[in-house]
Every structure is written in C-alpha cells, then in structure tokens.
Design a protein around this ligand. Structure first.
Ligand SMILES: Cc1ncc(COP(=O)(O)O)c(C=O)c1O
Length: 392
C-alpha cells in the first residue's frame, strides 16, 4: 500500500487544476502584457484568477494580490520590500524563532544591511506570546512578521491579537499563511494583517506559484526589477498556467475546507490517540488543541527520526522528519529546539501531515506498521537498552 502523509511538504495537483492549466497552456498562451487579442485573453484569465484569490482571503480589491513564484518569494517580498520602503521611519523588525527559513533568512539578510531584528521565543507548544510582541515594540519598529500556523508542529499562533496590537501601534503586520489557507479560515480583515503569503502547491495547486496580499496603502518596494508587471511590484512575465491553476485550487480549497478539515482532523486524532496510547516514551510536539487539523508530530525517544522515515518508506509510507526544507540536513529542527526540546529528543521527531484523499484504511495501516518499526529500532538502540535496564 502507498500512503502519502507529507501534505505540508507538498500536495498532489488536483485533476481539475491540471486540466485548467493544460487548457491555458494550449489555448490561452498569450502574454498578458500584450495589447492584442491574445494578450487580452490571457490577461482576462489572469484577472479572474486574481479575483478568486482575493475572494478566498476576504481581500477588498483583487489589486491587493501580487502573484509571486511561491511562498518563499512572497515572504521575501513582504519583509525586504517593506523594510526598504520604510527604512526612513525605522529599522526594527519583530518576528519569531519558529518562522519558516524564508522569513528567518530574509531577516538575517536585513541584519547585515542596517536593520535590527527581534526573534521572539516560543513556549513549549511553539506558541508566541502577545505580551512578548508588545514588549518588543520600540518606536523604531516598522514590521511584525508572525506565521499563522507552523509548518512543522502545526501550532496556530494568536495572529488576530498580534494584528490588533500592530494596527494600534501603526506597525505593518505580515502573516505567512502558507500552511493555513484551505485548512482553517484565513481572512485578512479578521487577522488584521497588511501582508499575507500564500503558496499554491500546499493546496493541490502547482509548484512555483503563490502570492503576497498587500493591503491598499501599504508602503512596499519591489525586490526584483525589470518589466512593469503586477503594477510595478513584481517584474517578470507572469506564470500564466500556474496563476490559472492557483485560482482553481484556492477556490476549491476554501469551498471544501469544512469537509476536508473535518475528515483530516478525525484521522489525525486517531493517529495521535493510538500512537500516544500504544508507543511508550513518545512526545506529541506542538499544541494539543491549537494545531492544524492535518498535523501530527511526535518525538520517539532513543531513536532517530531519519531511521523511522527510511523504514516507513520501505513500507510505502511517506512522512517527514521536519520541514521539507530542512530534511536532508542532519541539524535538528530549529522549531523543536526553540520549543525547548533537547537535541537528542528533537532528533527522534517525525511529522505526519494528512491530506484530503487519505483514507481510514491507510491510517490503520500506518498504525499497524509504526509501533513495530519503533520497537525494532529501539531494540537496536544502545541508548534505549541502557534506559530499559535502569528501569528494571
Ligand atoms: C510556512 C511556510 N512558509 C513558506 C514556505 C515556502 O513556500 P514555497 O515552497 O512556495 O516557496 C513553506 C513551504 O514549506 C512553508 O511551510
């Protein structure tokens, strides 16, 4: 049996999305900047997709959507673009220590160019404190960037309150919503945000396309230069098939969200309850309630997450030992370390992220195979044997 449980890394493309993209490539291949009929037709399709994206997140005006090459570019544009445009007002940025590297590394880059960044700590569940945000604000703060939910442990941040605080203080607020769109409600008004990042490949859309929502009136500069596309905010001929596919994917993701989330939550709870009740020396990472409906992240003590992944893979089950971007490196996850989890326990972490097409039968298969794998690896672990003898 093949079981894909890595939907936070990427999702398969929905056939309806693929068909819309195919149609676009074959029959609507014009350049949306051209003034002839081929260009006008392409522009029409692009603007329809923009309207769908804007409607999906409650934006007032489709012109507030800037298409980008994905979540990474949207995060970079938000952070570097706002920093540069507002440098005269201040040079301080607040973010958290559990953000995606697209945010963290953009901030590190700015630190080399005269900006100061506060990386807020998180509690044991990976949660940022609104009080910590309040205390970190100075009269030089121009931007706060906090993710809606964490990609590794699924913890949902108190972004509404942080947004209210930012608005009260006249500070721009950016939310990385790459992991939340289509899973929990995302509305730019409710979140009180000025900027919001989305990526299509997490919602059954294609890779290499996403957007940054920029509230009207937000001062932002482009980070790449060239043509006048996207109202001069993002140069480069638009990824038309990607944009069309993104529009179809986001409309469907938001429409089907209640059923998808309900189904995923049920399967997730089955995984969490069974694993916690049947596999000893196991820790659930992330918040017990305020977490994404599709995320279950565990640390299995005394063994390596990578070994578990390899053995799961041999059984046809795909999971992840951290974010897609950090797997492949042997450094333990910065998110788990920021939550105060010791190195050796962080090393034994595995993330299962469900998707709309997972079935109960697949989860039963996982729950049959996983305890055996953990037991087999622990039987080979000198660390475990030492602990086991001590306990006897
Ligand atoms: C929270 C978060 N932000 C940003 C990204 C980057 O998005 P993309 O893969 O579209 O560049 C990801 C991808 O894993 C993510 O999980």
């Amino acid at each position: 049996m093949k079981v894909y449980l890595d939907h936070s890394a990427t999702t398969p493309v929905d056939p309806e999305v693929a068909r819309a993209m195919y149609e676009c490539m074959l029959h609507n291949w014009g350049n949306p900047s051209s003034i002839h009929s081929f260009g006008r037709e392409a522009k029409k399709a692009m603007e329809e997709a923009r309207e769908k994206v804007a409607a999906a997140i409650g934006a007032d005006d489709p012109a507030e959507i800037i298409f980008t090459s994905g979540g990474t570019e949207a995060d970079n544009l938000a952070i570097k673009g706002v920093a540069e445009a507002n440098a005269k007002r201040g040079n301080h940025i607040i973010t958290s220590s559990v953000e995606h590297h697209a945010v963290l590394d953009a901030c590190k880059y700015l630190e080399k160019h005269g900006f100061e960044v506060t990386y807020l700590p998180v509690d044991e569940y990976g949660m940022v404190s609104v009080e910590d945000v309040r205390r970190a604000i100075t009269d030089r703060t121009i931007l706060i960037s906090i993710m809606h939910a964490n990609n590794e442990v699924g913890t949902i941040q108190p972004v509404e309150e942080i947004g209210r605080l930012a608005r009260e203080k006249g500070i721009y607020f950016h939310v990385d919503a790459v992991q939340t769109v289509g899973k929990i409600p995302v509305n730019v008004k409710d979140l009180n945000c000025d900027l919001l990042s989305i990526s299509a490949h997490k919602i059954y859309g294609p890779k290499g396309i996403g957007c940054l929502y920029v509230r009207k009136g937000t001062r932002i500069l482009p980070i790449q230069h060239g043509g006048a596309q996207e109202r001069r905010r993002r140069a480069g001929t638009e990824n038309m098939p990607g944009i069309v596919g993104f529009g179809v994917a986001i409309e469907k993701a938001v429409r089907e969200m209640p059923e998808r989330a309900e189904k995923e939550r049920k399967l997730r709870d089955k995984i969490i309850n069974t694993v916690m009740n049947t596999i000893p020396h196991t820790k659930l990472n992330g918040h017990p309630e305020k977490r994404l409906p599709n995320n279950a992240n565990f640390s299995f003590q005394y063994i390596e997450g990578e070994s578990i992944l390899l053995m799961l893979d041999m059984k046809g089950i795909a999971a992840s030992s951290g974010s897609a971007c950090t797997s492949g490196s042997l450094e333990p996850s910065h998110v788990l370390l920021a939550m105060g989890i010791p190195h050796e326990i962080a090393h034994g972490s595995v993330r299962f992220t469900l998707g709309k097409d997972n079935t109960e039968e697949q989860i039963d298969y996982l729950l049959e195979v996983l305890p055996e794998i953990v037991e087999r690896l622990r039987a080979m672990s000198p660390l475990y044997q030492k602990e086991d003898q001590k306990a006897r």
